[in-house]
Design a protein around this ligand. Sequence first.
Ligand SMILES: [Zn+2]
Length: 345
Amino acid sequence: MSLHALIEAMPKIELHVHLEGAVRPETLLRLARKHGVSLPADTFEGISRWYTFIDFPHFVEIYFKISECIQTAEDIELVAREFLAGQAAQNIIYTEATYTAYTHYQQKGISFEAQLAAIKRARDWAQTNLGVSMNLIIDIDRGVAAETGAITAQWVAGAYGDGVVAFGMGGYEVGNPPEKHRTALERVQNAGIPCVLHAGETEGASSIWGALRAGKSVRIGHGVRCLEDPALVEELRRRQIPLEVCPTSNIRLGVAPTLAEHPLPQLIAQGLYVTLNSDDPPMFNTTLTQEFQQCADAFGWSADTLETLTLNAARAALLPENEKRPLEARLHEQFNLLRRQYLKT
Ligand SMILES: [Zn+2]
């Protein structure tokens, strides 16, 4: 068994992936036709070309166009089902998916309850038929007004524990520090709900400090630019705050020039808590399996590194201990079996 085959077969956990960013190009075209939304391309190849971003704001613009094609609760359920089928095909047994409910409420008037119910139907179907599970991080685009953020925080407070495990914050960091959403953050923090913020992607260390202080972020989405501040590296190492690293996303959005120059090996060498993720896989022409394969090739990872990163993700999952322990045991068991096959050949 080759290392690539081991990666394909190994059980995986994904903590940083966006439901809307995971819409397959074929599905996007189908939804656009169904609802008469005009896209800049009407073929698979055309959509792939359109996904070639100029910069982060351009990425956000495309992201919102995708959201526009998702118009009904049935569309949401379809997208979630296809997403979970894709996760199952990669043996991603547990996913924490990020979902921006406010966009669909604002654009199409779909109530939060109807959105959540649609996703839960897909989730139950996948659990029963595919044996994979998912929880949601309901996030806001940090560029929205504070009042909008507060509405999402209210939704999260009401749905926490019912398939919703955290409040998230993504989008363009520059000019949008977490302090802007203090009301929303305090609303969920006071209810004991975890926050998971994107930070250290489009802005440097100060944004990660903001995520830790004002955001009380229990993990950091990306966080790769922490290396710009040794005191921050020390803080993240001491507290073992998990970083959700998404290498291909960083390259496609210009955060790192190439995979060879990506800071991932330094993050690990600094003793930081690293997990590997795909972010918006079809938009970056990647999958979690490919992220592992490319990184294993580029950084010379062993089977041990693969298992460590997978267990890191399991331990950083926002699951109660009585669910986390069996998950870790299942991962250990499957890795032991795979390792024997891998070493044999
Ligand atoms: Zn993200």
